[in-house]
Design a protein around this ligand. Structure first.
Ligand code: GLP
Length: 246
């Protein structure tokens, strides 16, 4: 695992956007693993600019998103389907909707849906570059502490900590869904390359725990130590508590 502190949020986001651009340029049929959350908003803004400047055609690019809420419709303002279209897909005309994949949290049969998604990942994958944020409790995707590192795409319950953290996007805490479909930890680790991005003081504690090197299901992100090609991109604030201890 490579740990790279780029100092500022802007530099950290630019690094991730530029790595996605380089992947797309290197192979116009790339498979990208995409993430949501506040962390990625600036990455996607920068990626949109880079793709426009370079006049890149995205029609053969496949994308897989990590997760989606259960219990709200796909067109709810806070669904990850809406987020991805608002922040990335709707800004560039050449995406091929048929190659954009998110789990369907409104599926009638959720067991069929998780199997469909994992099968599709296997068929269209492996993901060339998977980008990841990290939850304040160390989750990746919506794989909360305690999740087995062997997990595949499944229906997951959100912890109170995640519900609190994500309540800032909803009018009331009661509106935050309590369940989601998430790619599992094993599904995520099938990617060829993984880039985890964390910035801001709220992520410092999870990053400090990650950088101890202990591999434990208490910190889902520590599963990334079992992957040969992982970069952790940080700003000074996310890296701060580690530096203070040194
Ligand atoms: C969310 C998502 C994760 C994301 C994380 C951090 O709940 N399921 O994929 O990485 O939590 O979110 P944020 O970037 O808003 O802090």
């Amino acid at each position: 695992m490579k740990i790279i502190n780029l100092g500022s949020k802007e530099e950290a986001c630019h690094y991730v956007a530029n790595e996605l651009l380089k992947q797309i340029i290197s192979n116009k049929k790339s498979v990208l693993g995409l993430a949501t959350g506040g962390t990625m908003v600036r990455v996607y803004e920068q990626l949109v600019n880079l793709i426009r400047i370079n006049e890149i055609d995205l029609s053969e690019i496949t994308t897989f998103n990590l997760d989606e809420y259960i219990g709200i419709d796909y067109d709810h303002p806070e669904s990850y389907y809406t987020y991805m279209h608002d922040v990335l897909f709707n800004h560039l005309p050449t995406w091929n909707e048929e190659k954009i994949h998110l789990p369907n949290g409104s599926a009638e049969n959720l067991q069929e849906e998780i199997k469909r998604y994992e099968d599709l990942l296997d068929k269209e994958g492996p993901v060339d570059v998977q980008i990841l944020g990290i939850g304040e409790n160390g989750h990746i995707g919506f794989n909360e502490p305690g999740t087995s590192f062997d997990s595949l795409t499944s229906v997951v319950g959100l912890t109170q900590s995640t519900i609190e953290a994500n309540s800032r996007y909803f009018e009331t805490k009661e509106e935050v869904p309590e369940q989601a479909i998430s790619m599992g930890i094993h599904s995520i680790l099938k990617a060829k390359r993984i880039i985890l991005l964390a910035y801001g003081p709220k992520k410092a504690d999870a990053i400090r725990k990650l950088l101890t090197g202990e591999i434990t299901t208490d910190l889902p992100a520590s599963a990334l130590y079992n992957h040969p090609n992982v970069e952790v991109i940080l700003d000074n604030n996310a890296y701060l508590s580690e530096k203070e201890e040194i």
